[in-house]
Design a protein around this ligand. Structure first.
Ligand code: ADP
Ligand code: MG
Length: 264
């Protein structure tokens, strides 16, 4: 039997979108009754058009956004019910990497300081090495030069920054990685290199991956299973073969057609 690492049950998130003159709060449901499992070692692709609720879902999984309803189990433990103090021990194990690595790094800090923060805060073991030695090894495994640790974020290209963001997450030895549109802002040749790095690290470190994108051709390449999301709901689910060859879901077919008729 496949072992479930993450179990998402009936997750819902409503945002307040305004107040009427009667002082009644108007809400908008960005994620509606989403349930799925992530299995050990799996790459789960989550695909859907912009605004369908992917990032909201990603942020709920790492407890950056609080759901209005639903449950999240990480390795059998209900993390939404958990007090923040107890969850702090689990936080390193579920890491989110976002689309904008520059925005996620303090521009005034050298990379060594940014990458050290999480390790110190969560008391991560550096395998008997100095903190710098440990980080240098992670940078090398992400095909980055160890000297980069002494530089500032503004000194890097988009692709290098995304590699550094991956390195920062890996330094915490996560078991689940949530990658939210991490190649969407990069040009196609760099996209391929970053995807290759991500998949190599995922296999070597035996992690499970939720790969989020609006691009069906990217999920097709790397996913074991694909979820198709629209207007806050999961409309379709299956292996890449099923999604691309057998699915009769109208929305999946529409996404596929958009992919084929893309103008270049
Ligand atoms: P995606 O990542 O698929 O593009 P998001 O989860 O970012 O979708 O957004 C889903 C919907 O929720 C969008 O309509 C967006 O405008 C809205 N939304 C996202 N974050 C907030 C927020 N903090 N407050 C209000 N509405 C939000
Ligand atoms: Mg998003």
């Amino acid at each position: 039997m496949k072992e479930s690492v993450l179990s998402i049950k009936n997750l819902r998130k409503e945002y307040i979108c305004g107040r009427s003159w009667l002082q009644e709060t108007e809400t908008f449901a960005a994620v509606r009754d989403v349930s799925f499992e992530l299995y050990q070692g799996e790459t789960l692709g989550l695909v859907g058009e912009s605004g369908c609720g992917k990032s909201t879902l990603a942020k709920m999984i790492v407890k950056l956004v609080k759901p209005n309803a639903g449950e999240i189990y990480f390795e059998g433990q209900n993390i939404l019910d958990m007090k923040e103090k107890k969850f702090r021990c689990l936080r390193p194990y579920i890491q989110l990497i976002g689309q904008n690595p520059f925005g996620s790094m303090d521009p005034r800090k050298k990379l060594i300081d940014t990458l050290s923060e999480g390790i110190r805060c969560h008391h991560i073991s550096t395998n008997g090495k100095s903190l710098r030695g440990y980080l240098e090894e992670i940078l090398r495994s992400c095909e980055l030069q160890p000297e980069f640790l002494d530089r500032y974020p503004c000194e890097f290209s988009g692709g290098q920054l995304q590699r550094l963001a991956i390195a920062r997450a890996l330094a915490l030895r996560p078991r689940v990685l949530v990658a939210d549109e991490i190649v969407s802002a990069l040009d196609v040749s760099v996209q391929g290199q970053i995807l290759e790095l991500l998949m190599k690290q995922k296999t070597e470190r035996n992690m499970s991956l939720i790969f989020i994108t609006h691009d069906l051709s990217v999920v097709r390449k790397i996913s074991d299973r694909i979820l198709v999301m629209k207007d806050g709901k999961i409309l379709d689910e299956g292996s890449p073969e099923y999604i691309f060859e057998k699915s009769e879901c109208l929305y999946t077919r529409k996404l596929k057609e958009a992919m084929i008729t893309f103008p270049y």
